[in-house]
Ligand binder design. Structure first.
Ligand code: GEK
Length: 246
C-alpha cells in the first residue's frame, strides 16, 4: 500500500528541485492519483490502446515507468491473446529507487507478458522493433532541447501501424485559459486534501523541472517525428493524453 503524500505539508526553509528519490517512491501512487486529474483513466486506457496496437513479436515500451502502472495495465490487457502475440514490455526509468520498487511490484503480478526493467535515461536507451510506446507524464521532465531527438528516434524505430501514447501536463498560449486551468487544477488538488501550502511548495519544487508545452507544439513535433495520425484522446484541465499513430 502507498503511504499518504505529506512531503510538502510542513513549511520548508528552501525548496529544492523535485527529484524521484526514496521519499517520493514511498508515497508515489497516492501523490500521482491526488495530483493528476484522470490518472486512473489514462492508465487503464493505455492498456486498452496497447491491446489494440501491439503487433506480434514486437516490443512495448513504458518510458519513465515509475512504479510500472502503465506496464501493469498493458500486461493485464495483453494477457488474453498472450500466446498468439508474443510481445514483451521494456520499462525504463532513471530513478534507482523507482526501478527497485517497480521490480517488486512486477514480481507480484501474475500476468505473463515478459517485462524487462531497465535503469537508464530514456534519451540514451535503444528502441528496437516497437509497436507501442508510452510516455506517461515523462516527456515533461526531459530537457526541451532533447525532446525532438527522442521522439524522432521512437518514430524511426516503431513499426508502421504502431502507437505512441503521450500524456503530459500542458500549457496554454491563451493567458486566460492558462490561468483558468491552473486554478481548476489547484481546486482539484485541494478537493483531494492538499493544503494551499502543499500546493505552492510543490509548485516551486517543479519550477524548471517540469516544463509543459502546448498541445500544438506536441502535435507538430509528433508529425515531424513520422507519426501520421495525431490527436488528443483525453483532456482534463491542464492534463492531456495524445495518441500518435505511426
Ligand atoms: C506512471 N509513467 O505512473 N529517463 C528515464 N526516466 C525519467 C527521465 C529520463 N530522462 N526523466 C524522468 N524520468 C508513470 C509516471 S512520473 C510522472 C511517470 C510524475 C522518470 C522519473 O524518474 C519518474 O519516475 C517518471 O519519469 C515521471 O504512469 O511524477 O509526474
Amino acid at each position: 500500500m502507498s503511504e499518504k503524500d505529506n512531503i510538502y505539508a510542513a513549511p520548508h526553509a528552501t525548496i529544492a528541485g523535485f527529484t524521484f528519490d526514496e521519499n517520493v517512491v514511498r508515497v508515489f501512487p497516492d501523490m500521482i492519483q491526488r495530483s493528476v486529474p484522470g490518472y486512473g483513466t489514462i492508465i487503464a486506457m493505455t492498456g486498452v490502446l496497447a491491446e489494440r496496437y501491439a503487433l506480434p513479436h514486437t516490443q512495448c515500451y513504458d518510458l519513465g515507468c515509475s512504479l510500472g502502472a502503465s506496464t501493469l495495465s498493458m500486461r493485464h490487457y495483453l494477457e488474453e491473446r498472450f500466446g498468439e502475440r508474443d510481445c514483451r514490455i521494456v520499462a525504463v526509468d532513471n530513478s534507482p529507487a523507482m526501478i527497485e520498487r517497480c521490480r517488486e511490484l512486477i514480481a507480484r503480478d501474475a500476468h505473463r507478458t515478459p517485462v524487462e526493467l531497465r535503469l537508464g535515461d530514456i534519451c540514451d536507451i535503444d528502441i528496437v522493433d516497437a509497436s507501442v510506446a508510452v510516455l506517461n507524464f515523462t516527456l515533461q521532465f526531459v530537457p526541451l532541447a532533447q525532446r525532438e531527438t527522442l521522439l524522432t528516434r521512437i518514430g524511426a524505430n516503431m513499426r508502421p501501424g504502431g502507437v505512441l501514447v503521450l500524456s503530459e501536463k500542458i500549457r496554454f498560449e491563451d493567458e486566460h485559459l492558462q490561468q483558468l486551468n491552473t486554478d481548476l487544477h489547484h481546486t482539484f488538488k485541494r478537493a483531494n486534501g492538499y493544503s494551499d501550502l502543499e500546493i505552492s511548495q510543490k509548485r516551486s519544487a517543479l519550477d524548471n523541472v517540469l516544463l509543459p508545452e502546448t498541445i500544438a507544439t506536441h502535435t507538430e513535433r509528433l508529425r515531424r517525428a513520422g507519426f501520421t495520425s495525431v490527436d488528443v484522446w483525453f483532456q482534463c484541465f491542464n492534463f492531456a493524453s495524445l495518441v500518435a499513430i505511426r
